[in-house]
Write a protein that binds this ligand. Structure first.
Ligand code: ADP
Length: 254
């Protein structure tokens, strides 16, 4: 029997299918203006990939901020719980999940069974999230996916503003002063790293640490976090799917 997890985030919507042993398929699209449409698209995409009908599915679990807008789900579960379960599937030794998504960041601590023991979330401020990096990438006229390679091996420019709006003006001023895009990109990533480190400091991080969410695709940021924490920070190509994977696994019960 197959279960499906649908994680509709503020920026990206993700889905995963699980057969009781392994993840069979994943799918991702921008959430866009309608969480419901994004969810419908993902469900149909997964069913198509597996050549199945909705009736063949054991359970469909919704998670993420848009979970309340999904009419087809059997149950909804918070993304904190789903991230914990997803991390446990990836590696049962993971004890801390550092999740940086489109509009929030979370530190989630889990036990050896993947159950959440503590968590802390920043959803009050865009600084330190994917949104911050998207705004800054626009100001630098590069794609958000280019920031990591751009900043690599460059001395980070000092970005002192704690607020996305002010930091954007600061970036524009730095460009006008002739600072290179490379040093500004490194500075922006250092700024997200520092904010994440401060959030981790409030709850503590236990080894193994797993970096999840769309922002974890930024390898340089992961390396900066490793340096700051003085601990290895793991991630893989399923990092953005952690919530959807956890939801699919939690749905694999009668
Ligand atoms: P949510 O679940 O909150 O919608 P995700 O965890 O799916 O968010 O992450 C979406 C965010 O990931 C976007 O804000 C986007 O800017 C960011 N992102 C995607 N690719 C990269 C990349 N290569 N480097 C940095 N950030 C990225």
């Amino acid at each position: 029997m197959i279960s499906i997890g649908v994680d509709v985030g503020s920026v990206a919507a993700k889905a995963a299918a699980y057969d009781g042993e392994k993840i069979l398929a994943t799918s991702l699209i921008p959430t866009g203006w309608s969480p419901q449409e994004a969810g419908n698209f993902l469900l149909n995409d997964i069913l198509k990939k597996l050549d199945l009908e909705k009736e063949d599915i054991l359970n469909i679990i919704g998670t993420g901020y848009g979970r309340v807008s999904l009419p087809f789900v059997d149950k909804t579960i918070t993304e904190i719980t789903c991230h914990g379960r997803g991390a446990h599937y990836i590696d049962s030794d993971i004890r801390t999940v550092v999740d940086i998504g489109g509009q929030d960041s979370k530190i989630i601590k889990i036990n050896k069974n993947g159950q959440v023991t503590d968590f802390l979330m920043n959803d009050k401020c865009a600084a330190g999230t994917g949104r911050f990096l998207q705004v800054m990438a626009n100001a630098l006229e590069v794609d958000v996916g280019e920031l990591s390679e751009l900043g690599r091996n460059h001395e980070p420019a000092n970005i002192s503003s704690m607020c996305t709006v002010f930091a954007e003006s600061e970036v524009v001023s730095l460009v006008a002063e002739g600072k290179s895009k490379e040093t500004i990109a490194a500075g922006l990533l250092q700024s997200v790293c520092n904010k994440t480190y401060a959030l981790i400091g409030r709850i503590g991080a236990e080894d193994k640490i797993f970096f999840s969410g769309g922002v974890s695709k930024n390898e340089l940021l992961g390396e900066m976090l490793e340096d700051k924490l003085n601990l290895p920070v793991h991630f893989n190509n399923q990092s953005q799917f952690l919530g959807a994977i956890g939801a699919a696994i939690l749905g694999h019960k009668k």
